[in-house]
Write a new protein. Structure first.
Lengths: 398, 398
């Protein structure tokens, strides 16, 4: 007996060449996308910094390299039919090398350039006539002061790029906090800031939109997302809002993805204001945490639909298969191994669908897995999901 | 950039050691089991004759070797927490090496020895007081003649080992066909034959039973299997039978798995006779084609429950999530590549869940994938599944 590995996929498959999907990034989003692609008979090639990422573990083939290295990206593209991405932080200039070599990249760099800079993203929404909180770019504290006096305090100061899970945001409550906020986000070193009117929302809504290469799109149910410490804690599907409001949110989300000409699954986050207005917050050009519930709760998941969209295949039904679903994230409480404690007890909770991402390490606030439960109503689903989630612990408090 | 591979999983995962499942065999059953294990955060190591089997493609680690080589089996076992199998033909004596080295194998060889020889399997049922068609071992044509006159013609002559999908079976209609049947199954060279009374059934029923290490078991709904040319063509869940009869079938199946002290998922096939009697036909010590529908139709699939059972974790709910489900197999029509034609059209059928196994080659009658659809009733589910299945073609007629 000897061990062999799929080093050269072109030679290892006599006669047959399966459809090949390339994914830049190897985290849980890439893993769940890969699981969907594998079920459809595709080969999956993952590019990640190491070979033990969640997605690299199950990829047909794994490339180790830097996401932002055009050479690595083109090497990935040359081995697959279509390249997709699992996060929005990959340098669009680097990714352009894929398109420049004639390979397919979805979403493409034209879309990513309209999304990665959140100021440009918001301008794109504005130009498309879509409702967002007021915003403006600010180059110095004087401009920030002016914006605050214009919008009314508080305002939210944000980095234009690379913010996530509350990182890159600072709420400036009054004129006196201006320099504190400016310093917190990199101050004079960082001239890529913008400011938004603070939106006193009653809840945060989110929608997954999947748009195909030919521009057709499907919109999953509008969900409510519940954050804890700026990180998504729970998703309730569908959101308990009047039907007209859900339709408005769905339409807003669909038009947002049309505005950026997106191809694939996109997470669109919105605010529901006290006045019952829906405002676009921001979008992610990828499958999204607010859509993990679709694996069990919808006929076709956001992951399978992403695969279908980027490969040019027909989109699947986004209908829910139960009246309600709740997803709870499993976040690390501190540093430690990526293997959960309490999994057995969680599996003993009837109706809980447990997903463990298989990361090498846990970290405080790091997304390590999630639990989804379906129910006749949200309360029932939430009770099951919470009960299972509470059994599981990643890492130890330091 | 360089490429690295998961050659030595022990060193590639800093700090973390995920639970590891080993599977002997790399076909579609191993693939679907691996998908369930990966979702639960397990690592999967597959032993198969080549490294491009459906399961080897997505395994964390792949060993290339012979299933029946004790050295290969022990090497697999030494890398994982528990070994399971995807088919019933692996030599039990070879597998015993895993247990003899102190590693965990589920189902174990004690179970497999009671199953692999179908004559012993039937004797085990008989001793447990479970209903089966009449049967007896036959060493020569005289004994076959005697059995036929005893049971009444026709009778079914079967090989005791390695039969599947109609291979290793011959229906002897009358005394005059004895020598023809005897020759067809290997004649004088094969002294491992037995004979069964022909069962004029009205339908074939099947049940998946999952039994945990501590002997607790769960039983999935009773389904009807429809064969074409002795190969499973369609599965209808649940079977349209009176409730008492379904309960009888479920009880019979559960007791059959108790009788062999099985651990894991098992497929139990039964005949429903004209008189409304349920008789055990045979069982498979593994996840089973008649349970593929459980991926979408049940809260916890036969694959996830197999993983849970063999790892000693609590079993999940077997409840159906829709009133009806139908699964249709995608069989190759001839030799050709393992990539389907018509997949796009199939994906355009709303509600069809398409599974493509990713085999290297198609062959006539070879299981290349399947389609499952749920519905408010069987007719609705069958229409969707059939419509999608008819779009897909593997291989060409020669």
């Amino acid at each position: 007996m000897h061990e062999t590995y799929d080093n050269e996929i072109k030679s290892s498959r006599p006669a047959t060449r399966h459809t090949r999907l390339g994914i830049v990034g190897g985290g849980q989003l890439a893993k769940m996308t890969a699981l969907a692609a594998l079920q459809l008979g595709c080969d999956v090639v993952v590019l990640e910094k190491n070979n033990y990422s969640p997605a690299a573990q199950l990829a047909t083939h794994s490339l180790v390299g830097d996401w932002n290295d055009p050479e690595a990206l083109v090497k990935l593209a040359s081995q697959v039919d279509v390249v997709s991405i699992e996060n929005e932080f990959i340098n669009a200039d680097a990714l352009a090398a894929i398109e420049n070599c004639g390979h397919l990249l979805y979403p493409g760099t034209a879309t990513l350039r309209r999304v990665q800079d959140k100021f440009i993203q918001k301008q794109t929404f504005l130009e498309a006539g879509l409702s967002t909180p007021k915003f403006t770019a600010v180059r110095d504290v004087q401009e920030l002061s002016r914006a605050g006096n214009d919008f009314g305090w508080p305002v939210v100061l944000k980095t234009r790029r690379n913010g996530y899970d509350g990182k890159g945001n600072f709420t400036v409550r009054s004129e006196s906090e201006i320099s504190q906020g400016w310093e917190a986000l990199g101050g004079p070193k960082n001239n890529e800031l913008y400011v938004e009117a603070f939106c006193p929302y009653v809840s945060e809504l989110a929608v997954i939109v999947v748009r195909s290469r030919d521009g057709a799109s499907v919109v999953y149910p509008v969900v409510e997302t519940v954050q804890r410490n700026h990180i998504c804690h729970m998703v309730k599907a569908p959101a308990v809002v009047p039907r007209e409001l859900a339709e408005e949110a769905a339409s807003l989300a669909r038009r947002a993805i049309d505005a950026i000409a997106g191809v694939g699954s996109f997470g669109v986050e919105m605010f529901l204001t006290r006045e019952g207005q829906v405002l676009l917050n921001e979008l992610a050009p990828r499958v999204h945490n607010s859509g993990h519930y679709t694996i069990e709760a919808c006929v076709c998941s956001q992951f399978e639909n992403h695969v279908r969209a980027v490969l040019g295949w027909p989109l699947g039904s986004v209908a829910m298969r139960a009246p309600a679903a709740v997803m709870v994230n499993l976040l690390g409480v501190g540093k430690g191994p990526g293997t959960p404690r309490g999994l057995e007890r969680a599996l003993g909770v009837a109706g809980a669908h447990v997903h463990i991402y298989g990361k090498a390490m846990s970290g405080a606030g790091r997304k390590m897995g999630h639990v989804t439960a379906l129910g006749q109503n949200l309360a029932e689903a939430e009770a099951i999901a919470q009960k299972a989630a509470e059994c599981i612990l990643f890492g130890a408090k330091s």
